[in-house]
Design a protein around this ligand. Structure first.
Ligand code: GRF
Length: 190
């Protein structure tokens, strides 16, 4: 039985629709709660979503500084990278081993790695001729998009798809998958 919801910190760089899916799914959950949102960009739309939900935010001055990141993570028990584009320092990865996850908009291990974010991912999927894409949630390790895969949700690639139409379909899958995985992990942590 969980006494207090697991404290979840979410790291963001962009618009934050995945953050929103967590805020919506967890706001009254006894299992897990978004307790802080950290961004490397002061203009990230995700920050506004956090403020609207009453969740404390931090803008990192130097995302490469492990001491700053560690302090900003505070008492978080689980860390979610939701559209966060910076590599996390190895010392922070070590502190949160098995408790830090990332969401990626393709079926890893394909279409991931340095520079593979945003539309580039969907362009690469379309160029490959793949008939499926999807969302992947994986543990964070010292490399981009390489940690152990926790869960995936597949979507079809439709004839005539553009990077935009495929991105929109994958994003819906992301919004279903991420809260599910966070709740599953939170149940196991406590
Ligand atoms: C998502 O596709 C996520 O998988 C990727 O960046 C995008 C962020 O979208 N890492 P949002 O900021 O959550 O709307």
């Amino acid at each position: 039985m969980i006494d207090q919801p697991v404290r979840v910190a979410v790291l963001v760089s962009g618009g934050g629709t995945n953050l929103q899916s967590l805020l919506d799914a967890l706001h009254d959950s006894p299992i897990a709660r978004v307790t802080r949102v950290l961004s490397n960009r002061p203009d990230a739309g995700a920050l506004e979503r956090a403020r609207r939900a009453g969740v404390p935010t931090t803008v990192l001055r130097d995302p490469g500084d492990p001491a700053e990141l560690q302090a900003a993570l505070g008492d978080a028990q689980l860390v979610v990278l939701a559209g966060y584009l910076k590599l996390v320092h190895a010392s922070i990865v070590a502190r949160f081993r098995g408790r830090m996850i990332n969401i990626h908009p393709a079926l890893l291990p394909e279409f991931g790695g340095p520079g593979m974010y945003g539309h580039r991912v969907h362009e690469a999927v379309l160029a490959s001729g793949a008939t499926e894409s999807g969302a992947t949630v994986h543990f964070v390790d010292e490399e981009f998009d390489r940690g152990a895969i926790i869960a995936q949700e597949k979507v079809p690639v439709e004839p005539g798809d553009t990077p935009d139409t495929l991105a929109a379909r994958v994003l819906k899958a992301e919004h279903r998958l991420l809260p599910k995985v966070v709740l599953d992990l939170a149940r196991r942590i406590v």
